[in-house]
Ligand binder design. Structure first.
Ligand code: MTE
Length: 307
């Protein structure tokens, strides 16, 4: 699927404003802005690949050459090198479970009439590195609502394509493939949760989860499942690859939390990809900086136990 993304025709002030540079302020003063964030329509030019001329945003090269996609191998460079034979067109997604409308739908029907937006999000991997990425996509809630989930739908489960012939990592069986992830229905319906179809204004490259992936910016990156072929509405908590394989290390919630360390390393700080070998690590932000928007989802939940 080598077509360009539909132009970004709407701007949203959906990313917390304190997270990013205001483009106009940056151009004017290079100062960090605490004021409103505006994404100028079309500023994510596919050719210049300089969204918002924003120094916080990682380069296209960083984002597409340093990846985790175990279906293509364990090294960060493997997905870019080994995803050339991955065929993502045509693509269909099965919708099943607790919803009035279920079935198999092609990519275009899943996206439906919604305009593709640009969302510049912080992205924090559980391995304590981070990036800032200009994604293109639509709120997952826009998609899910069209299938009319019933009152029994308490969770949403996601599954990645299983195609060992095209995905060498699946032939090696390093994980329990197909890769699966899940969210509570409230998390899935949250307006920040993005179904991404592109980045920097072009279709998602194979290594980044073409043609359709999840982005949940307040959670560790492993929740952001790639190359989705199934979305299921479930009454009970679904199986999720990492937290079921290693429950002591990876939780179902996986909210970014500097106070809850991974058993083998600290989560208090993170390394910004692209900041240079000698750059200082930066402090990890609770909920990856999206606390104002999402903390209320977890009221009363002990985030140390439910990590
Ligand atoms: N989805 C699938 N299907 N397989 C994977 O191995 N890795 C996860 C997530 N989604 C993964 C996946 C992890 S650990 C991270 S950090 C992000 O994808 C990385 O996304 P990126 O390569 O676009 O930065």
């Amino acid at each position: 699927m080598l077509i360009r993304q539909k132009p970004v025709i709407r701007s949203f002030q959906i990313t917390p404003e304190h997270n990013y540079l205001n483009r106009r302020d940056f151009i004017g003063s290079t100062a960090l802005a605490g004021t409103s964030l505006l994404f100028a329509p079309g500023c994510a030019g596919a050719d210049d690949k300089t969204p918002a001329a924003n120094p916080e945003v990682n380069s296209f090269e960083d984002i597409t050459r340093y990846n985790n996609f175990y279906e293509f191998g364990l090294d960060k460079e493997d997905p870019a090198k080994l995803s050339g034979a991955f065929n993502t067109s045509p693509w269909s997604v099965t919708i099943d479970g607790e919803a009035e409308i279920t079935g198999k739908f092609n990519f275009e029907d899943i996206i439906g009439p919604h305009a593709i937006e640009e969302r510049i999000y912080r992205f924090r991997c559980v391995e304590a590195w981070s990036m800032v990425v200009p994604w293109n996509g639509i709120s997952l809630s826009n998609v899910l609502q069209r299938f009319k989930p019933t009152s029994k739908a308490k969770f949403v489960a996601f599954e990645t394509v299983y195609r060992p012939a095209e995905m060498p990592g699946q032939r090696r069986g390093v994980l329990d493939f197909p890769y699966r992830e899940g969210l509570t229905i409230a998390e899935a319906m949250h307006p920040l949760t993005l179904l991404a179809t592109g980045l920097y204004g072009v279709d998602l490259p194979g290594q980044n989860g073409a043609p359709l992936r999840l982005i949940v910016p307040w959670k560790y990156g492993f929740k952001s499942i790639k190359s989705i072929v199934r979305i299921s509405f479930t009454e009970t908590r679904p199986y999720t690859t990492w937290s079921d394989a290693m429950p002591a290390e990876y939780g179902f919630y996986a909210n970014v939390n500097p106070e809850v360390d991974h058993p083998r390393w600290s989560q208090a700080r993170e390394r910004r990809i692209g900041s240079g070998l000698f750059a200082k690590k930066q402090p990890t932000l609770m909920f990856n900086g999206y606390g104002d928007e999402v903390a209320s989802l977890y009221t009363g939940l002990d985030l140390t136990r439910h990590f």
